[in-house]
Design a protein around this ligand. Structure first.
Ligand code: ADP
Length: 664
């Protein structure tokens, strides 16, 4: 009723959009990672380009440096050649210059000077014994270079040739001119290794590996034996001069790792990883939440359905007695809507104005500590004015934090049950009354006869008086008083009979009041004694001298006694006249007052005993079979019992026990 509306599940297109939205973070993350990867790649490419550009410019610088070096050596050899061919022996200055040319840094390892026909004129350092010439002198290659230099008149470089293991050398033949004649050629012998290794500055060797390859691509000299890591940054260029297919191959060593971009990239990847992880966690949590929501929705729908289908009314009140919740059954019962009821305080609109004080008392009792565990009956009033009888069970309302937040009452509509109960009660009452009328009908002639006696006596006393008066017989005062006393006694007797009959058959609401059980027994016996006399039965009455009062309806109890005595007399029809005694006794047993009726009749066989109290069970031709049934109902109505036992020596004893209104 006052439940919040449960949101309906999202429609299909909405769900589609939601799914798309769920994938959006992954999509953007993928794009972001792609952008980062592209950025890293571009940076690396840019770095590589830059390294390559640096490599090329460094290589060009090196090449120029080598060329410059070789050119300067050529010029120096030319200059020194003129002095060498000028005359013998060598001047000290020339020797000093030669020594400086042979300095290792220049790459030259030997200088020879040859005559115009190719004969060796001298060399420095000089040849050692019969060691082979330091140069390729005498070889075809050497000759070819010599010839070429002489014919072109310019310095010519020869091919490389191996010397002593894996070291290589090449020569430069520089023709010398003096006054239009060519006196000879100066040959500078270069060690390839010295040239490449020693000529390059330290910073160049740190960055690059320099190797010289021959025409076949074999490495014939190299600076550093360590192989370079990167093969991407390789630059090859012809090594000319000296030429002859030589190639310079420069390879960059792996450059220092640039840590900042690496760290930056790594941290971005790490962060992206964390983002992916957290998005996944979020999604998992979201999925769990969604599942919980679905379960909650189902649970809530189930509860609502259950609540709506419930027939028991539920209403909750806070500790101040303000209505905080009512279910649909409660609204149906009272006819008020939830909106009309929620928030209201006592007196509630559904309280019965005629019972307002009792309802208020009950309300206060509940608020101060709850109601009876087996429920409390309350009369309420529906909105349309109809009476509503309910049974209310109240229980403390404990909230989620364990605090006592108010009271929850379940309310059962018992209007119909009460009406049915009332109808049954009325029916029972009518039955009892009919039964009494029937009993009375059966006893009518006896009672008429009984009534006749005092009336006849009164008539005879009065006619005696009249006769005496008519005969003018003197009537003294004492005599007259006596006669009138007798008349009055008989009239009282008649009045008593009429009162008893009237009391017995009157129809009144059952009225339980403190009662002297002995008086009731006396009345019953008084009503039936005429009948007993007529049937030659003796009634023996023994009443307890002190009997506490019982809470009961006098007429109903009298009806039981009359019934039991009549049944006793019926059972003694065949009993010899002398034994026809009905003993009526009242006693006080513990918390009960009892009336027992004993006879010397037929007794009760076992098969009959079981059915004795059933309605319409009778063994008599004229019987109705309702007597004992009604008697037991009356006893139970008074929270008492009606039972019987077989009497020793024959007959039966019926006993009625009624609880005492005050504990003994
Ligand atoms: P009714 O008197 O109309 O038969 P009751 O309900 O009073 O109806 O009695 C039911 C039956 O119980 C009787 O028909 C009789 O058979 C049996 N009964 C009752 N009282 C006695 C008794 N004192 N001794 C033997 N039988 C009895």
């Amino acid at each position: 009723m006052n439940q919040p509306e449960i949101p309906s599940p999202p429609s299909a297109p909405l769900a589609g959009r939601k799914r798309w939205l769920q994938h959006l973070p992954y999509l953007s993350l993928a794009l972001f990672l792609a952008a980062i990867a592209a950025l890293v790649w571009l940076t690396r490419e840019y770095d590589a380009d830059e390294q390559r550009t640096t490599l090329i410019s460094d290589v060009l610088w090196m090449e120029q440096n080598l060329r410059f070096h070789l050119d300067r050596n050529e010029v120096n050899l030319q200059e020194i050649g003129r002095e060498l061919f000028a005359g013998q022996p060598l001047a000290a200055e020339t020797e000093a210059r030669l020594a400086s040319l042979l300095n290792q840094e220049r790459g030259l390892v030997q200088i020879l000077w040859l005559s115009a026909d190719g004969g060796l004129l001298g060399s420095i350092p000089p040849r050692q014994g019969d060691a082979p010439p330091a140069t390729g002198r005498g070889s075809a290659a050497g000759d070819t270079t010599f010839q070429l230099a002489r014919s072109v008149g310019r310095p010519v470089y020869g091919p490389t040739y191996p010397v002593m293991g894996d070291s290589y050398q090449f020569e430069v033949h520089v023709p010398i001119w003096s006054e239009d004649a060519q006196p000879g050629v100066v040959v500078g012998v270069y060690s390839l290794t010295d040239l490449v290794v020693r000529e390059l500055p330290w910073w160049f060797s740190e960055r690059y590996r320099v190797a010289v390859l021959d025409a076949d691509g074999r490495e014939i000299a190299a600076k550093s034996k360590v192989a370079p890591v990167s093969s991407r940054l390789v630059y090859s260029m012809p090594f000319d001069p000296p030429g002859h297919g030589l190639t310079l191959q420069i390879t960059a060593y792996k450059s220092d790792t640039r840590w900042i971009p690496v760290l930056l990239g790594a941290s971005i990847v790490l962060l992206a990883g964390i983002i992916v992880w957290s998005v996944m966690q979020l999604r998992r949590q979201l999925a769990r939440r969604q599942q919980a929501e679905i379960a909650l929705r189902a649970e809530s729908a189930f509860r609502k359905a259950m609540e709506d289908s419930m027939l028991t009314g539920m209403r909750a009140r806070d500790l101040d007695g303000r209505l905080t919740y009512v279910n649909s059954a409660f609204c149906r019962m009272t006819g008020f809507t939830a909106d009309e009821l929620l928030g209201l305080k006592a007196p509630m609109p559904y309280w019965d104005p005629e019972h307002i004080e009792q309802t208020f008392a009950l309300h206060r009792e509940i608020l101060s500590g709850g109601s009876a565990p087996d429920g409390t009956e309350v009369r309420l009033r529906r909105k349309n004015g109809e009476a509503l009888d309910v049974l209310v069970f109240e229980a403390p309302l404990i909230d989620a934090t364990g605090h006592h937040a108010g009271w929850m009452g379940s309310v059962l509509d018992i209007t119909e049950q009460k009406r049915a109960r009332e109808q049954a009660r009325q029916q029972e009452e009518r039955l009892q009354q009919s039964s009494r009328l029937i009993t009375m009908g059966e006893m009518a002639s006896t009672l008429a006869h009984e009534l006749n006696q005092p009336l006849a006596a009164i008539a005879s006393y009065t006619s005696g008086c009249i006769n005496r008066l008519q005969d003018d017989q003197p009537l003294d005062r004492r005599e007259l008083l006596d006669i009138h006393e007798r008349i009055a006694r008989q009239a009282r007797r008649a009045g008593e009979i009429i009162r008893r009959v009237h009391d017995f058959v009157r129809r009144s609401e059952p009225k339980r009041e403190p009662l002297d059980l002995n008086a009731v027994v006396r009345d019953a016996v008084g009503l039936i004694e005429a009948d007993a006399r007529k049937r030659q039965m003796q009634l023996r009455v023994e009443l307890a001298s002190t009997l506490p009062q019982v809470e009961a309806d006098a007429v109903m109890i009298e009806q039981i006694v009359v019934n039991l005595v009549r049944n006793a007399m019926d059972a003694m029809r065949e009993t010899p006249t002398g034994n026809r005694v009905v003993e009526v006794r009242s006693t006080h047993l513990g918390r009960f007052a009892t009336v027992s009726v004993a006879d010397r009749g037929t007794g009760i066989p076992e098969e009959i005993a079981e059915r004795l109290f059933e309605p319409f069970f009778t063994t008599k031709a004229e019987g109705m079979g309702m007597g004992l049934n009604i008697c037991r109902s009356i006893a139970e109505l008074h929270h008492g019992r009606l039972g019987f036992e077989l009497r020793a020596g024959g007959g039966t004893i019926f006993t009625l026990s009624l609880p005492l209104d005050t504990p003994a």
